[in-house]
Design a protein around this ligand. Structure first.
Ligand code: GDP
Ligand code: IMO
Ligand code: MG
Length: 427
């Protein structure tokens, strides 16, 4: 059985954690391939709720090996506080593997993230402030620190000095901050070296061997398609590739090994942080979606911006990821609306546009063209099969499937593991 990718089809927070956890029991490896602790993935198991930021959601499934791939950026302090938190709740985390090629989020990357945002003022991205962008910038600038660097003190010192050289100029002369001492940074990083050692592995080899042995590997995306640095609403994006191609570069597994790409799709739309959002609602409906859907960020606690479902975005996600399936989440949140508008196309400068415009300016000007679908009032949280759904909910799902370009193979009707309607099996 080859590999599967599970990723966000919108602006993140689609329910990737729940979907990953659901499949976790049937897969051998769950791999994070990009992003870092900017993610916030919620998993609800019985009466227990877990919020995972850096660790793959597969860590909650005892038979599964969680892997942090080379494409992830790792904040060691966050890693250990998350591991400790899980251990205290009785979760065995000993199987975790971390790529020696993963880059480390250093304290100065976090500082640079925060001061840059402050400096941007009104033009800020609204980042999570976790140092994600600056760490990926260092990686691309070839001044990043990798996990393996912790095991060669003199190399580590040279690399930290090289990374801090320009940054200290910037911090002191532009941002009016104190310079950061390389010795202090190295000292802090070295405190993690031995604690990290048991987890560090050649994850590329491990994963490719596992696939040769017919093991099942699930790639768990962080963020979402529209937050992708290449394919998202740049510059209001994250600094990695959550889209399907990122699973290959972020893990060292080739595209020929991937048989299924599942897009997690919320039955409406949310976004955290700044940037264009054509179907955003500023009225009571938006408030109601936020309230009923508990749309508050897991990582930063910020209210999520809410709006109606946008089929243009879903079609785009199908295209750029080569999606084979959708997992539609949070259908239950829409219960109670008499009518539900769905954005089917945009009006841009007086013209009807069916596909996501490549021009950022056009996207900023896009006005949603809605079709209105009849709603339902029956409680759907106990539905186990598609046939259990009221007719209007079935029609809503079918309409979304038709518009979005890939089959909807599962439907979430609540946050719990069992609150899911499985239509086509994923594995
Ligand atoms: P992720 O970042 O994609 O993993 O998503 P988040 O965990 O940030 O946000 C999704 C939220 O929706 C979490 O609180 C989940 O527990 C919850 N959730 C996931 N699927 C469903 C669903 O089908 N119905 C409801 N009501 N909540 C869901
Ligand atoms: P999960 O995995 C939603 C957003 C931030 C900001 C932008 C850049 O839970 O879906 P960054 O700190 O990454 O440089 O911030 O991306 N963002 C997310 N929004 N869900 C996430 O993760 C996000 N991770 C980053 O709000 O707009
Ligand atoms: Mg989230």
């Amino acid at each position: 059985m080859p590999a599967l990718v599970l990723l966000g089809a919108q602006w993140g927070d689609e329910g990737k954690g729940k979907a990953t956890d659901l499949l976790g029991g049937s897969v051998d490896y769950v791999v994070r391939y990009q992003g870092g602790n900017n993610a916030g993935h919620t998993v609800v198991v019985g009466d227990q709720k877990y919020a995972l930021h850096l660790l793959p959601s597969g860590i909650l499934s005892p038979g599964c090996t969680p892997v942090i791939g080379n494409g992830v950026v790792v904040d060691p302090s966050v890693l250990f506080s998350e591991l400790n938190g899980l251990n205290e709740r009785g979760v065995d985390t000993s199987k975790l593997l971390i790529s020696g090629n993963a880059h480390i989020i250093t304290p100065y990357n976090v500082t640079v993230d925060k001061v840059t945002e402050r400096f941007l003022g009104k033009r800020k991205i609204g980042t999570t402030g976790r140092g994600i962008g600056p760490t990926y910038a260092d990686k691309i600038n070839r001044v990043g620190i990798r996990v393996q660097d912790l095991y060669d003190e003199s190399i580590l010192m040279q690399k930290v000095e090289a990374a801090l050289d320009g940054k200290n100029q910037l911090l002191t002369k532009v941002f009016n901050r104190r310079a950061i001492e390389s010795e202090q940074v190295v000292e802090e990083l070295l405190t993690y070296a031995e604690k990290l050692r048991p987890y560090v592995a050649d994850t590329v080899l491990v994963l490719n061997k596992a696939l040769e042995e017919d093991k099942v590997v699930l790639f768990e995306g962080g963020q979402g398609t529209l937050l992708d640095i290449d394919h998202g609403t740049y510059p209001f994006v994250t600094s990695s590739n959550p889209t399907a191609g990122g699973a290959c570069t972020g893990s060292g597994v080739g595209p020929t090994k991937i048989s299924r790409v599942i897009g997690i799709l919320k039955a409406y739309t949310t976004r955290v942080g700044a940037g264009p959002f054509p179907t955003e609602l500023f009225d009571e409906d938006g408030e109601a979606l936020r309230r009923i859907g508990h749309e508050r960020g897991v990582t930063t606690g910020r209210d999520r911006r809410c709006g109606w479902f946008d089929a243009v975005i879903a079609r785009y996600a199908t295209r750029v990821n080569g999606l084979t399936d959708f997992f539609l989440t949070k259908l239950d949140v829409l219960t109670g609306w008499e009518e539900i508008p769905v954005c089917v196309a945009y009006e841009i400068d007086g013209k009807r546009v069916e596909e996501l415009p490549y021009s950022q300016t056009d996207f900023h000007h896009a006005k949603p063209i809605y079709e209105t679908l009849p709603g339902w009032s029956e409680d759907i949280t106990k539905a186990k099969t598609f046939a259990d759904l009221p007719k209007n909910a079935q029609d809503y799902v079918k309409a979304l499937e038709e518009m979005s370009g890939a089959p909807i193979s599962a439907i979430g009707v609540g946050p719990g593991r069992d609150e899911t309607i499985e239509i086509n099996s994923f594995i």
